[in-house]
Design a protein around this ligand. Structure first.
Ligand code: HEM
Length: 234
């Protein structure tokens, strides 16, 4: 009679506390973050279609009101879980066998894998700068007043003005370069965590991850570079 003690929650709890459970959380949150950067990139590329298209896209997003806030909150939770469980796994790896870890690290891993924590840190710093610049408009409060002839916020003009500075352009290129390195290793690892890779498929999937990561780089880098080369102007 008393042999069954709520097996499902116990199993769930032990899964979340196991190394594989944590890796799954990092993988799933990673996929959700890739979803965000894909949508954000597609929205940003509308800059090449002109101010009307980009400003209308931004206005439509802002009209979502409470749904936009729910999406922002979701994104924050997902990013928080991704960072938290990555740190937990890293600490566990270090504590489990520091010597073995050090040897394996120097022999087997690629530059992208070794730079995961550094690239992650730069991405977080970049994000804080990026939000301060375009979302909170702390550096240039006048951005808030910029409207186009339809009375919509002039996001196009704001982005083009921001990249007039070579320092800002340089920082963006560095950050999206590190983002690509982070994605290159991250996407490869998530194929492994989700059990999608075999010895045979391994090098093919690694090359696919590399390709996806550098497509993101080219997409994101194209905007500051186009402004810098005066291909986009206001
Ligand atoms: C050249 C590259 C980029 C450009 C031109 C750009 C442009 C923008 C703009 C204009 C906004 C404000 C949108 C608005 O409030 O109307 C924004 C917000 C944001 N961007 Fe970017 N972005 C770039 C790269 C990135 C990257 C690489 C990431 C993530 C790693 C990112 C994450 C975000 C986030 C989280 C927000 C806040 C979204 C919100 O307020 O709801 N951006 N971006």
């Amino acid at each position: 009679m008393s042999s069954v003690y709520f097996p499902l929650p116990v199993q769930k709890a032990s899964f979340l506390h196991s190394s594989i459970g944590r890796k799954w959380i990092v993988a799933i949150t990673g996929i959700l973050l890739i979803g965000f950067i894909t949508i954000h990139l597609l929205g940003n590329l509308s800059i090449f279609l002109g101010p009307e298209v980009m400003n209308a896209y931004a206005a439509r997003l802002h009209k979502l009101g409470p749904f936009l806030w729910m999406a922002r909150l979701g994104l924050l939770v997902v990013a928080g879980l991704h960072i938290f469980y990555t740190m937990v796994l890293w600490r566990e790896n270090l504590c489990a066998n520091p010597q073995k870890y050090a040897v394996r690290k120097s022999l087997e891993t690629t530059i992208c894998a070794r730079a995961m924590r550094l690239s992650g840190l730069v991405i977080v710093s970049f994000l804080l700068f990026h939000l301060a610049q375009f979302t909170w408009k702390w550096f240039h409060p006048e951005y808030k007043e910029w409207v186009d002839c339809l009375g919509q916020h002039d996001v196009y003009r704001m982005v083009v003005s921001a990249f007039a500075s070579p320092w800002v352009t340089g920082f963006y290129l560095l950050s999206v370069g590190l983002l690509a390195m982070h994605l290159s290793h991250g996407i490869g690892s998530l194929f492994q965590t989700l059990g999608l890779t075999t010895q045979k498929l391994r090098s093919y999937l690694e090359r696919t991850a590399f390709l996806i990561a550098w497509v993101f780089f080219l997409g994101y880098a194209s905007i500051p570079v186009a402004v810098f080369l005066k291909f986009l102007a206001h």
